[in-house]
Design a binder for this molecule. Structure first.
Ligand code: NAI
Length: 427
């Protein structure tokens, strides 16, 4: 028996379990990985509880006693402030660094001045450069479009650069004045009463994001990767993002990727077996085409701001943010998260839909390579929604739906779980 003293994080002792290691940007996953979780503010406690109930049930059904996530609560946001006097304790960062993979509920962010978003802080600290948002339709979810089922896209949004990097200077500040002066020297007129934001996009950042999107497409059998940009106007950031994306695709995946022009000139419009189409679209046209030609998209790689808008627009198309999952992934760390906010208006009332965090936890299962458990949970969610046994946010737009509380919805999902037949013999 080991006599080593176990580390503690904010007073909580590390549970029995193992640490996920990373090799070439990919996780090496033991059978009992320790995974820290941040419950989240507002509805966080309710949706976290529901998520773990479904998550654990799916893992148990898939693997019996042979695999289990050993979870460790870490703190951020209001709960951290109340218990430790700070919104993001060092121990939380230390735990995420040590264990590599974590999941979090929503955290409240004050708008305007003051504290920087905790979410942005976490993404920066761990260089989580890909914000990954899968958007797919679950039959029965109310949607404003006629064919929501046509959309099944995974959006890779660059997470660390662009105007979102937070390089901003207030109107009248020393740096804003200096930049305006510098621009004037270059013959560019900017009004004195301007706030200044800087848009940055590096070659390094563009290449690694597009690479991650292409690797995802290869691993998941997806047939189209679309680079979305606004390079017709912003040539040296957005246009360069496209250029560098095409560059890495040609360098590292030239044997797999087929360009749109080659698709027509060499393959008569038919993608050859085993190949992936690499095309590109202007951002505004993409909003139009996501709605009108939804099935033409499969994986999107784009810059930070475009990705932010596109992810929410796509989520709206399949029934809203309440069911849209997300993850922030780097080379040595991955953080899975609900994409909606803390919903203070319904917090503590048992009304919250846990699907966003729950589907994020399913993304985490897929990331861990525990695909059987992911499949069990996904099918059970789909069945529960098809049965019209859902939380109020969905029920109120469905005909003859039965409204469930957050925890009853989680229990209904567990009741609807069935073990895939191909694994039945192993138990
Ligand atoms: P919100 O997403 O919390 O709420 C918008 C509306 O959607 C509300 O009516 C709410 O009741 C509803 N809603 C959200 N999630 C729901 C769920 N799971 N089930 C049922 N209904 C749900 O956005 P809001 O009000 O703009 O932001 C509240 C706080 O959350 C702010 O402090 C904001 O900064 C923060 N926030 C945090 C995010 C994160 O941690 N990733 C993302 C977005 C906002």
């Amino acid at each position: 028996m080991s006599t080593q003293i176990k580390p503690t994080f904010n007073g909580i002792v590390e549970p029995d379990g193992e640490i996920i290691k990373f090799l070439d940007g990919k996780p090496v996953v033991p059978n009992f990985p320790i995974i820290p979780f941040i419950e989240g503010d507002g509805i966080g406690a309710e949706i976290s509880g529901a998520t773990w109930q479904v998550f654990d049930a799916a893992v148990e059904l898939a693997y019996g006693e042979t695999r289990r996530v050993k979870r460790l609560e870490v703190f951020a946001g209001d709960k951290a402030l109340a218990q430790f006097g700070e919104v993001l304790p060092k121990d939380t960062l230390a735990a995420i660094k040590r264990y590599g993979v974590a999941i979090k509920g929503p955290l409240a962010t004050p708008t305007g001045g003051g504290m920087r978003s905790l979410n942005v802080n976490l993404r920066k600290t761990f260089d989580l450069y890909s914000c990954v948002r899968p958007v797919r339709y679950f039959k029965g979810v109310p949607s404003v479009v006629k064919r929501p089922q046509d959309l099944d896209v995974v959006i890779f949004r660059e997470n660390t650069e662009d105007v979102y990097a937070g390089i901003e200077f207030e109107m009248g500040s020393r740096v804003a004045k200096r930049i305006i002066k510098l621009l004037a020297e270059e013959g560019i007129d900017v009004r004195d009463d301007s706030g200044i934001g800087i848009k940055v996009q590096s070659r390094f950042g563009a290449r690694r994001l597009v690479k991650a999107a292409i690797e995802f497409a290869i691993e998941h059998g997806r047939k189209v990767v679309t680079i979305v940009h606004k390079g017709n106007i912003q040539k040296y950031t957005e246009g360069a993002f496209l250029k560098w994306g095409l560059e890495i695709a040609a360098e590292e995946f030239g044997d797999i990727m087929v360009s749109e022009s080659d698709l027509w000139s060499k393959h008569a419009g038919k993608l050859p077996e085993g190949k992936i189409l690499l095309n590109h679209r202007i951002a505004d046209a993409t909003f139009f085409e996501l709605l009108t030609k939804s099935d033409k998209f499969s994986v999107i790689a784009t810059m930070n701001l475009n990705g932010d808008y596109l992810s929410d627009a796509a989520a709206a198309q399949v029934g809203g943010l309440g069911i849209a999952p997300g993850a922030n992934i780097g080379d040595n760390c991955a953080l899975f998260e609900a994409t909606h906010g803390t919903a203070p208006d319904i917090a503590g009332k048992g009304l919250a839909n846990p699907c966003s965090l729950l589907l994020s936890s399913i993304m985490m299962l897929e990331y861990l390579g525990w695909t059987e458990a992911a499949e069990i949970a996904t099918k059970a969610i789909a069945k529960t929604i098809r049965n019209k046994t859902v939380t109020g946010d969905l029920a109120r737009f469905m005909k003859n739906a039965h409204t469930l509380s957050t925890s009853d919805f989680a229990s209904a999902i567990c009741d609807n779980m069935t073990k895939p037949r191909r694994r039945a013999a192993s138990k």
